[in-house]
Design a protein around this ligand. Structure first.
Ligand SMILES: C[C@](O)(CO)[C@H](O)COP(=O)(O)OP(=O)(O)OC[C@H]1O[C@@H](n2ccc(N)nc2=O)[C@H](O)[C@@H]1O
Ligand SMILES: Nc1ncnc2c1ncn2[C@@H]1O[C@H](COP(=O)(O)OP(=O)(O)OP(=O)(O)O)[C@@H](O)[C@H]1O
Length: 282
């Protein structure tokens, strides 16, 4: 296990949803899902500097996102309040994951802040408790705290871990940001896909119920998905979009598909991870 400390690099990996079924809706409006989360080796990176004044400061605010509403700052302050910790920190975020991409970038950043500061401040909150804390920041935060590729249910917080074969993914990033709430709020969204048993799922099974809504509202997503589907039958949108991906058993085939990308389509390769880089941090 890599030793990490103040000023170490702390990774915040992206996730892909290898399928995403909407199987119901709660009274509070949140949807009940079945999905498999796969971590990939494309990450944001965080670094932390200690502060004795107890303040949480973001040294690298994201344009268009007020620092106080940045998920990294909210996560740090949440851990302070939850533990009564009087230490502070300055956060340094090297953003690489596109916002509104369906890759869970902000959620992953928040989870890495919870895991890193729990280690650096020595607050020693158990991982399961950190997952529950993360859920108050967003539905995608718990899985990044959990740290294992997993079949998730509920709103995205109930896990049955899965072993996934190695794979290389070609991810295409349409130049649009897809607002998650608008997709889940669409009247035409299918919300009654029959639930399956986690043990019955195999890689390649399933679809993304959010795809039809995102493609209808964002033609760029539909165009990228149509092209990718002609390269591979595994093509699918991740999360609520905008990114779409296909999986390849070997990197050479993925690289050939990337090389064939039409001009104007932005894409990159990423390898699936066997688990989150911080899966063993305590
Ligand atoms: C689409 C996924 O990324 C799949 O992993 C997640 O379900 C979304 O996770 P997220 O972006 O962290 O979502 P949140 O920030 O918690 O919620 C944004 C909005 O999406 C809707 N939302 C989200 C998750 C969920 N299970 N049901 C929902 O209806 C809610 O309207 C919510 O207000
Ligand atoms: N550190 C951050 N990184 C990215 N987005 C942030 C951050 N802090 C707050 N946000 C806000 O959260 C929103 C959603 O961010 P996030 O990256 O989690 O969504 P996403 O990439 O679409 O993932 P998914 O759709 O799978 O939840 C952004 O559009 C942005 O306004």
């Amino acid at each position: 296990m890599t030793h990490r400390d103040w000023n170490s690099d702390w990774p915040a990996p992206a996730k892909l949803n290898l399928f995403l079924h909407v199987v119901g809706r709660r009274a509070d409006g949140y949807h009940l899902l079945q999905t498999v989360f796969r971590f990939i080796d494309r990450c944001d990176t965080l670094r932390f500097s200690p502060r004795s004044d107890g303040r949480i400061e973001l040294a690298t605010p994201i344009p268009g996102v007020p620092a106080d509403s940045d998920l990294t700052v909210r996560a740090a302050r949440l851990l302070q309040q939850h533990t009564g910790c009087r230490q502070g920190a300055t956060l340094h975020l090297d953003k690489r994951l596109p916002m509104g991409g369906g890759l869970g970038g902000g959620s992953s950043d928040a989870a890495t802040v919870l895991l890193a500061l729990n280690h650096l401040w020595q607050t020693r909150v158990p991982r399961a408790e950190l997952e529950r804390l993360g859920l108050t920041l967003g539905a995608d935060v718990p899985v990044f705290v959990h740290g294992r590729n997993t079949f998730a249910e509920g709103v995205g917080e109930a896990f049955t871990d899965v072993e996934l074969p190695p794979a290389t993914y070609l991810v295409l990033h349409p130049e649009v940001q897809v607002p998650t709430a608008a997709i889940f709020g669409a009247p035409e969204l299918r919300r009654d896909t029959p639930a399956i048993r986690p043990a019955d799922w195999r890689p390649g099974d399933g679809h993304n119920d959010l795809e039809a809504v995102a493609c209808a509202r964002f033609p760029a997503v539909a165009e990228h998905l149509d092209w990718l589907r002609r390269q591979s039958p595994t093509a699918m949108m991740t999360g609520s979009g905008a990114c779409v991906f296909a999986s390849f058993a070997d990197r050479a085939a993925a690289a050939a598909a990337l090389a064939a990308c039409p001009a104007g389509m932005n894409g990159w390769l990423a390898d699936g991870l066997p688990f989150h880089p911080l899966a063993e941090i305590v």
